[in-house]
Design a protein around this ligand. Sequence first.
Ligand SMILES: [Zn+2]
Length: 180
Amino acid sequence: MKALLVVDVQNDFCPGGSLAVPQGDAIVPVINALLGKFPVVVASKDWHPHQTVHFQKWPVHCVHNTRGAEFHPALNSVNIQQVFLKGTGNTDDGYSAFEATNLDLVKFLKEKGVTNLYVVGLATDYCVRASALDAVKKGFKTYVVQDGVAAVNLHPGDDRKAFDEMKAGKVELVFSQDIV
Ligand SMILES: [Zn+2]
């Protein structure tokens, strides 16, 4: 059984948002085209309190119940069966979807019989990377869809580094056209 994990496709991570990933919205059509190919679709949301140590490292973004924390309007979010909220405390970064606090992602996926997890979303070099590496550790055969992710690239080449790190961590890199 395969599942799609859509990581943090939220307004604040898209152009116009407070922590915009360059071309962050360009992946939305790719993700929308994939949604129907998966029996299980889940998503994560960065869901921060107003004050958190996380905002000492990053501009304020994805504060819970704000517009910036909503899914990008073009994302076909009705197809998302469950949303997992992370970074909800005052001291945790919550880069990985597996750090969600509202529900246990591993338990949810295992109950659905999911063995293979495909990861798309934002951003390649932070939350996608952390979620994919965690998925391998939790025992899922893990894939990252390269044309379904985009990077912050604070330092040029961070995306390449993240892909290399994921590959070394047993994450398989694929393209959306290869998924049937
Ligand atoms: Zn955050």
